[in-house]
Design a protein around this ligand. Structure first.
Ligand SMILES: [Zn+2]
Length: 178
């Protein structure tokens, strides 16, 4: 039906991708509607496109790849954040189980997005508390590099490091030249 295709077309691309990712990890339609905050008919429309039926999808959950397992727990937001909907470990880090092993979601997102393994610990570099968007994450080398840039721009500071491991730049001394 043309009507159905039109319904799918008007969905934002990222929302469609999120729904498809959640279908691939074997979620029920009700679960997806609730987790992503989307309309049931939108989930049904994307499911028709994927050709994955709910009951076989649940059984096939273990067959999804590591990458699919990651994106099946994420909601992409309009402002570029990738909100983690899955579990957190005792350090409040996004974590998920795949094929009997736990994986750090930010570490995998970083590796996939940058095409390389992060150096050292990966931390969030944005204001969203549960974001795993690869371009919102910083590894050890980027933190050192950005710290040096800030030092050059603003000079040494005694301010406490922020959550992203960077010193807070002090306010600019004096007002703009008249
Ligand atoms: Zn973010």
């Amino acid at each position: 039906m043309n009507h159905q295709f039109h319904e799918v077309d008007r969905l934002a691309v990222r929302t469609r991708a999120d729904i498809a990712a959640h279908i691939r990890v074997g979620r029920w339609d009700d679960e997806i509607t609730h987790m992503l905050g989307v309309a049931p008919q939108d989930v049904a429309a994307v499911r028709r496109q994927t050709g994955i039926r709910p009951r076989t999808a649940r059984k096939d959950r273990v067959l999804c790849s590591l990458e699919e397992a990651l994106w099946g727990q994420v909601r992409h937001l309009a402002d570029g954040h990738a909100q983690w909907l899955g579990d957190l470990d005792s350090y409040r880090q996004p974590i998920f189980l795949h094929d009997g092993r736990y994986h750090l979601a930010r570490r995998l997102s970083y590796t996939l997005g940058h095409g390389r393994e992060p150096a050292g610990r990966v931390v969030d570099g944005c204001e969203h508390p549960a974001c795993i968007a690869h371009d919102h994450l910083l590894d050890e080398s980027e933190r050192v590099c950005l710290g040096a840039v800030l030092h050059t721009l603003f000079g040494p500071t005694t301010a406490a490091p922020t959550a992203v491991g960077l010193a807070v730049p002090p306010p600019m001394a004096g007002g703009p030249a008249a």
